[in-house]
Design a protein around this ligand. Structure first.
Ligand SMILES: NC(=O)c1ccc[n+]([C@@H]2O[C@H](COP(=O)([O-])OP(=O)(O)OC[C@H]3O[C@@H](n4cnc5c(N)ncnc54)[C@H](O)[C@@H]3O)[C@@H](O)[C@H]2O)c1
Length: 353
């Protein structure tokens, strides 16, 4: 078990039965109600393991949500708040979010708002949630096609990443999670990038997960409210979120899939109009192209995508802000590019020639 201290809570990585979950529940919440929030898939594949192997959770209330990003919305939160109220959940009870990033984002938000804040723990069950969404304190939901527009910073009591849950995760979901790990390498650690680049997604180890978590955690600790260095974690996400929002309206695409191609697009911006050597862009492009299905757009989609980027929370006034890299492992925040430059890159990568 690796324990990584964060801002007032720990991130445990390894066998959850060996960590502090059970002890915390029995010592601090023994007489308190426990509520598990999950989606239909994690209800089937992950919750039974918890309720049968941790005595304190045997009688937990369980709230099951429909799976999928389209359900990370305020209307679903309202249903959860109604259910918490029906179960008479009080401020000193505890909520356990058991799922991917959709559940940890929404569940953290729900807990932080309900009665002005109930304690919550995250038990991420997708690779993406383990290495990224579950720790760091960003909670929230989408507003229409605009990602994560409603939310708040709020920290969990505990995060436990146990790769036992990855056994039932579909292969493509592993791939989407790996995109965030590649990002950690590209912005901070060439060694991590090189290690992951040669590793099929099935071979990703708990130690690789711990490396990603540690990279993210150091950045979050330095800048919790994302006023400066934390923006580095948004590499690939200005274009990635715009793609994800765009495809939410039609042929839905996963967050990690859009981030993978967002990384390529933002690397190309950095290579054409910044200082990233073109050879390094080619290395990034070749790797992502070899693992991630190509994303295709029509010429008249580009203006819409730029509009979506203008809603990105990293922007100030009229600039569209990016995090870029100058070489693999070194990132730079607050880099603005013109709409013309962004269009040129989108055209080159996503429009069939
Ligand atoms: N808060 C943050 O810092 C942060 C960071 C990155 C991403 N995110 C958010 O995370 C979300 C994406 O997360 P995600 O990719 O985990 O999506 P997700 O939660 O929708 O999970 C993907 C799919 O995998 C299923 N699943 C999860 N665990 C499973 C398991 N163990 N076995 C079988 N099926 C399982 C889910 O039911 C779902 O169908 C997005 O909303 C994104 O905005 C948040």
């Amino acid at each position: 078990m690796t324990t990584i201290p964060s801002l007032g809570y720990s991130i445990e990585i390894g066998d959850l039965l060996q960590g502090s979950l059970s002890k915390l529940l029995s010592e601090e919440f023994s007489t308190r109600k426990k509520v598990i929030i999950c989606d239909e898939n994690t209800h089937e594949n992950c919750v039974p393991y918890l309720t049968t192997s941790i005595d304190e959770l045997a009688n937990a209330e369980i709230i099951v949500l429909p799976a999928g990003e389209e359900n990370k919305i305020l209307e679903i939160c309202a249903q959860v708040w109604e259910a918490l109220s029906e179960y008479k959940i009080q401020r000193n009870d505890i909520i356990l979010n058991v799922g991917g990033g959709m559940i940890t984002d929404l569940g953290g938000f729900v807990a932080s708002i309900y009665k002005r804040g109930v304690d919550y723990m995250n038990i991420p069950t997708s690779l993406l949630a383990m290495v990224d969404a579950s720790a760091g304190g960003k909670t929230g939901v989408d507003l229409g096609v605009y990602k994560n527009q409603l939310g708040l910073f709020s920290t969990p009591r505990l995060v436990v990443c146990d790769n036992i849950f990855l056994g039932t995760l579909p292969d493509e979901e592993l791939l989407w999670g790996k995109a965030e790990m590649l990002k950690h390498g590209l912005i901070q650690s060439k060694e991590h990038w090189l290690n992951l680049k040669t590793k099929p997604v099935k071979d990703i180890t708990i130690e690789d997960i711990a490396v990603s978590v540690a990279i993210k955690n150091e950045i979050v600790k330095a800048d919790f409210k994302e006023e400066n260095v934390r923006k580095g974690l948004n590499f690939g996400h200005t274009i990635g979120h715009a793609l994800e929002g765009f495809f939410l309206e039609q042929d839905k695409k996963a967050h990690g899939h859009c981030v993978a191609w967002g990384i390529v697009a933002e690397s190309l911006l950095a290579a054409k109009f910044g200082t990233l050597p073109m050879e390094e862009f080619k290395e990034i492009f070749a790797h992502i192209q070899s693992e991630y299905p190509q994303i295709k757009l029509e010429p008249d989609n580009l203006t819409h995508l730029i509009e979506l980027m203008k809603h990105d929370k990293k922007n100030n006034s009229k600039r569209i802000n990016f995090t870029t890299i100058s070489t693999i492992g070194v990132s730079h925040i607050d880099q603005a590019f013109s709409e013309k430059q962004i269009q040129e890159v989108l055209q080159e990568l996503f429009i069939a020639h």
